[in-house]
Design a protein around this ligand. Sequence first.
Ligand code: MN
Length: 257
Amino acid sequence: MSILYELVRAVRTGSVEVVDLTAPLTSSTPILQLPAPFGNTMGFGLEEISHYDERGPAWYWNNIHTGEHTGTHLDAPVHWVTARDGEDVSRIAPMKLVAPAAVIDVSPRVADDPDFLLEVSDIRDWEAEHGALIAGSWLFIRTGWDARSGSQKDFLNVDDAGPHTPGIAPHCAKWLAEEAPVIGVGVETVGTDAGQAGGFDPPFPCHSFLLGAGKYGLTQLQNLDSLPPVGAVVIVAPLPIVGGSGSPARVLALVER
Ligand code: MN
């Protein structure tokens, strides 16, 4: 039997589960909030065109409005100044949108410290247990932050010192960009960088280094606790917005059960 028919049969029988890693898109989906004087994205919204009424008696449909970086979304390289001539989201090769995922679980440490930063040593420890990162794979960082996604306030976790959300240490971001064989990183938070990363050197190191290296970011993932540390295959489906710096994306994981 062909590999693809075998796969479909496995999905039908449940020996391969399809796990949705995507946050639902609603007007209350949390969005990034940058301090003045920076511009901010709009949230997601529906604008009704007709609903089986005089505007369209047999049909219901909406216009949507959204930022490119609203909800579960992909950051394309051109999002950052370090890749100003880099790929826009429409130019990402489709084959790169199907890739294995490595999942590192740091949720117990994040529970103790919302400003937790992933270090290279954490990834080396993970590799000692689960094997070397596979070339072309995502690194997904499980922090438990998806449990907060029902509330903008809890999700952004802002106090007088700014937002407090977990992320990646600058040195580790540089290592992931320049040395690790990953195609990008995926997180459960509103962006791939930590809440405090605006004050890091360089500012927003994950964006700066990874996008600068032509790699990708995925944000606001959920259900990472349903994935094994290795073995899941992920399908990422951003809209092919021509010239776009990113796009809301449906992110599905295939997991053998
Ligand atoms: Mn983004």
